[in-house]
Design a protein around this ligand. Sequence first.
Ligand code: NAD
Length: 254
Amino acid sequence: MQHLSFGLEDQVVIVTGGAGAIGVAICAGFAEAGARVAVVDLDEATAQAIADALPGRHIGLGCDLRNVATMGDLIARVEQGLGPADHLVNIAGVIKRTDDLFAVTEADWDLQHDVNIKALFFVSQAFARRLVEDGRDGSIVNYTSQGWMSGGFGGSVVYNAAKGAVTTLTRGMARSWAPHGIRVNAVAPGLVETPMLVTPDTTEEDLDALRASIPLKRLGQPEDHVGTTVFLTSRMAHYMTGATVNVSGGFLMY
Ligand SMILES: NC(=O)c1ccc[n+]([C@@H]2O[C@H](COP(=O)([O-])OP(=O)(O)OC[C@H]3O[C@@H](n4cnc5c(N)ncnc54)[C@H](O)[C@@H]3O)[C@@H](O)[C@H]2O)c1
């Protein structure tokens, strides 16, 4: 038996939020592992440009994942373009920071919960349904956040309530779909140097304070998440399901 091989050659991987800062790095990682990538994001032209820049055969698809009724169609579009999907990586996410919980609006709440948890569930449901129909194995990797455990900071409480739900849902989907050979795991990034964390208002002093709070003394970079994400989909992780893997430079330890 071969122990050390990703086994992802010619497998089809859907990456939602594939045009985002972390998503682009993850798409490149899967292409490097020999997989065919469906880059899914809000703007089709952007997603297609990212797919075109990868070595090999990949596609880009535009989709607002909040449109739950179109999830079956999205999975069918991937299948038409690349063949049946084997893995789904749910990276699409949004944050709307509000320091004062008294200032949180219903629209803020709905946006963050619709994208970060509701859309993630329904795209996973559509993906898993096709695997079950075909009797094929597969895997799902969900992006949560360190805040699933810490509760978040800097106005991210509502966002992290949704990320806590992602961690819980990961375990529930893992248990529910294990009998069908579908593994479900999560990646929990810490503080990653992307526009989601570093805004035009962020000062150098803020960044220094964030770096100082991390035992490895630097902010995470999108590329820091590639190995863990590719590994979790791969045959090397074939006995892992329901796990939330902490990729935070030691910011949190659990
Ligand atoms: N940056 C961080 O510090 C950090 C920390 C922990 C977790 N995360 C998580 O990692 C993931 C990626 O974060 P990032 O920093 O790359 O953010 P990003 O904003 O660069 O990427 C998010 C992507 O999701 C897409 N998206 C948003 N709403 C969508 C919708 N309705 N339909 C389809 N696509 C949609 C966006 O267009 C964007 O390309 C997110 O889930 C985020 O919550 C990030």
